[in-house]
Design a binder for this molecule. Sequence first.
Ligand SMILES: Nc1nc2c(ncn2[C@@H]2O[C@H](COP(=O)(O)OP(=O)(O)OP(=O)(O)O)[C@@H](O)[C@H]2O)c(=O)[nH]1
Ligand SMILES: [Mg+2]
Length: 241
Amino acid sequence: MRSLLVVMPTYNERVNLESVVAGILAHDFARVLVVDDASPDGTGELADALAAQHPGRVEVLHRTGPRGLGRSYVDGLRHALASDAETICQMDADLSHDPAYLPDLAAALDHYDLVIGSRYLNGVSVVNWPLHRIFLSAFANRYIRFITGLSPNDCTSAYRAWRRDALARLPLGNTRTSGYAFLPEMLVEAARGGCRIGEVPIIFIERQKGYSKVSGPVLLESLLAPWRIILRGGRLRRPRS
Ligand SMILES: Nc1nc2c(ncn2[C@@H]2O[C@H](COP(=O)(O)OP(=O)(O)OP(=O)(O)O)[C@@H](O)[C@H]2O)c(=O)[nH]1
Ligand SMILES: [Mg+2]
């Protein structure tokens, strides 16, 4: 298996961090970069302790200044590109993304430049979501696909694996979104750059510990972002089938 680095943004994930890091390190080809946004609950300090316990396999990027999921990914992915990792992954730290799927995502990179861990390949594979969350997520995906022309079933999943060369071609410096809207924006940029995008099924489990950071301003950005993205660069043209 090629060397793999997981970029994992955290904000107040102290209760989940040890378990998710252990799950990643269970794969001997994997390392993790925790990108912490000065979490008040001490996630950053715990990440430092894990880095000291696992030298060379756990690294920590402590962000300062305005926080945000998109901002954290830009910093973390740049850091990952400066390393020698051949495969670069993204995932949440709340155990919704089971690290056991990492080999499946990495293996699919034999055929694709970017692979999404998808909740919507075989119907809906989400555990413990109330009905309104399922509807909101299904609506968000349809809305994004309709406006942008993207074709993946799960455009908002943050569980992804990239071939290093494909990620290096992405104009990370040009992205405008600071929160969760960064996730579909990256996909649009990848599709514009000619990336082959694939999906593998995952079962997504709602977080059991900690709390969600999705807020009103972040949702508003997600609602407006698809329009801004196509106003800047046009709608994607889907290949004729
Ligand atoms: N660095 C950083 N990480 C963040 C920020 N907001 C969220 N995260 C992390 O991004 C991941 C996803 O955030 P969640 O709050 O779980 O969002 P979600 O998965 O859409 O919501 P839930 O289903 O309710 O868990 C988690 O690992 C968070 O700790 C942020 O502003 N900065
Ligand atoms: Mg979550």
